[in-house]
Design a protein around this ligand. Structure first.
Ligand code: 5GP
Length: 190
């Protein structure tokens, strides 16, 4: 699996801001190719096929799983399936791109099995209190749901030692710069 060894995986707890950090990198670091995943969820307003995701029916997703096309895939938040297509990652690496996968913890563990020498980066919240604030802050969930999310967050935070590096998301731009530095790139001047 050495053809995939140049990739970097970014994972971390729900609501830590992985999406924001990786979008910042996509917009500011053209040398980095942010992997476009396949998903069975429906597009949100403004999301484009092939840019944000490859939107698949459950039948198509099943077929791709059966054909062994996924480097990893997982059911995220208990509903939809998300996966990284091996062919897209291989093509980007072959073009000399630095490849970044922004995926959930289950997916990161599968990549670790398949590509042990990839770079694994954990995005952490600045503190537990901040994490609680971000998770329950909206006040739209019932106390039971909030409790369930916090339990999940605790389990997710416990995965940190499985990773090579931790980046604290105290500030999106700073965290993104630290991540690209770990990828061997020079951060943009401020
Ligand atoms: P959203 O539906 O908000 O775009 O993404 C939900 C979650 O799916 C995020 O936590 C993201 O990390 C995860 N995710 C996105 N693409 C993939 C993928 O290809 N594989 C895995 N395992 N998780 C993914």
């Amino acid at each position: 699996m050495s053809s995939l060894s140049g990739l970097t995986v970014l994972a971390g707890p729900t609501a830590v801001g992985k999406g924001t950090v990786s979008t910042y990198i996509r917009d500011n670091y053209p040398q980095v190719w942010l992997s476009v995943s396949a998903t069975t969820r429906s597009p949100r307003p403004g999301e484009e096929e092939g840019v944000h995701y490859f939107f698949k029916s459950t039948e198509d997703f099943d077929r791709l799983v059966g054909e062994g096309e996924f480097l990893e895939w997982a059911v995220v938040h208990g509903v939809n399936r998300y996966g990284t297509l091996r062919s897209t990652v291989e093509a980007a690496l072959a073009q000399g791109k630095h490849v970044l996968l922004e995926i959930d913890l289950q997916g990161a563990r599968q990549v670790k099995e398949a590509v042990p020498d990839a770079r694994f980066v954990f995005l952490a919240p600045p503190s537990w209190d901040e994490m609680v604030r971000r998770l329950v802050g909206r006040g739209t969930e019932t106390p039971e749901e909030q409790q369930r999310r916090l339990e999940t967050a605790k389990l997710e935070l416990a995965a940190e030692p499985e990773f090579d590096h931790t980046v604290v998301n105290d500030d999106v731009r700073r965290a993104a710069d630290e991540l690209v530095q770990l990828m061997g790139l020079t951060p943009n001047p401020r």
